[in-house]
Design a protein around this ligand. Structure first.
Ligand code: AKB
Length: 314
């Protein structure tokens, strides 16, 4: 029986990944951990990922077999405290990798990101293997993390698997501290205020994905036989690409009074350093990845669910 620990599990991705994992393995076998208290969760443990003694204790006490290591500081908020971001993102991962090296856990999931892209990364159809010289400390920590994963796999046989997520769009839990967060905020503001002030310019094209696709990709990657997982740094992963102007138009087709203004801030420079579209053919070939949600599906799903969720405010 698998026993799973999700670190940093209370965030945008974790809160929905937890639901999918619990459906599969049972609530009692999937522990949600985070630095913030989560009183309502039926199987929660407080964990600061920098506390390696506590991490090891949880793993030993509960017979943890797999860790989904989501605890990290993202691209925009990471720039406020680069040293802390490096510490959390890097040392947290190394502690988790060491648990597998020491034979305590069998499998690790490590989320990488399009934030590993940089100035010299090809902006269209970014290949799996190319120049990655990121400009943010988050990006630097993630590309370094990928290399550490590959090293632990080659040197110690650790079964660590990873995908490079694009921006993730979801309605249940809001993202915090990312550059792609605008693509979620725009839906909240469209419904609650009828207008949105976007922190990226109208033509900033970025790769994005609906949360259901992101969760399915994660589970499919983790459940595939080990021999199918040929890349142990991290797989390119893609679904759709669009600009703020394009998503605004889709919203206006459904909410005709919606308006958008553009006021780019420091996040514009970060977005400019990332690619516009990704070649994820190796994920598709090696472990059968395929996305389901296009921009129309995402827009419909976000608007209908948020209208219900926010109905008291509308
Ligand atoms: C961010 O914007 O920092 C994240 C990411 C692309 O990893 N959503």
């Amino acid at each position: 029986m698998e026993k799973i620990l999700v670190t940093g599990g209370a965030g945008q991705l974790g809160s929905e990944l937890i639901l999918a994992l619990r459906l599969k393995y049972g609530t009692e076998n999937v522990i949600l951990s985070d630095i913030k208290e989560s009183n309502n969760d039926p199987n929660f443990m407080m964990l600061d990922i920098l506390n390696k003694v506590r991490l090891r204790e949880i793993v030993e006490d509960h017979g943890i077999t797999q860790i989904y290591h989501l605890a990290a500081i993202l691209s925009a908020s990471g720039e406020w405290d680069p040293k802390k971001t490096w510490n959390v993102n890097m040392n947290g991962l190394i502690s988790v990798l060491n648990l597998a090296k020491d034979g305590l856990i069998k499998k690790i999931f490590f989320p990488s990101t399009i934030a590993i892209h940089g100035q010299y990364t090809p902006k269209q159809n970014t290949p799996q293997f190319t120049d990655f010289s990121p400009s943010t400390v988050y990006g630097i920590s993630k590309i370094s993390g990928e290399l550490w994963c590959n090293y632990y796999h080659n040197r110690y046989g650790v079964d660590v698997r990873s995908v490079r997520y694009p921006g993730i769009i979801s309605w249940k839990t809001k993202p915090h501290g990312g550059t792609t967060d605008y693509a979620v905020e725009i839906f909240y503001d469209a419904i609650e205020k009828g207008s949105y002030e976007c922190f990226l310019s109208a033509e900033t094209k970025l790769p994005m994905m609906y949360i259901d696709d992101a969760i399915r990709a994660t589970l499919e990657l983790m459940e595939n036989p080990a021999e199918n997982i040929k890349i142990r740094t991290s797989y390119n992963l893609a679904a759709v690409s669009f600009t703020p102007a394009e998503i605004a138009k889709k919203i206006q087709e459904r909410l005709p009074k919606f308006s958008i203004q553009y006021k780019p801030d420091f996040r514009q420079e970060i977005a400019n350093s990332w690619s516009q579209s990704i070649d994820d053919s190796l994920a598709r070939t090696d472990w059968g990845w395929n996305h389901n949600f296009d921009l129309d599906d995402i827009t419909d799903t976000m608007i209908s669910n948020l209208k219900i969720k926010l109905q008291d405010n509308v």
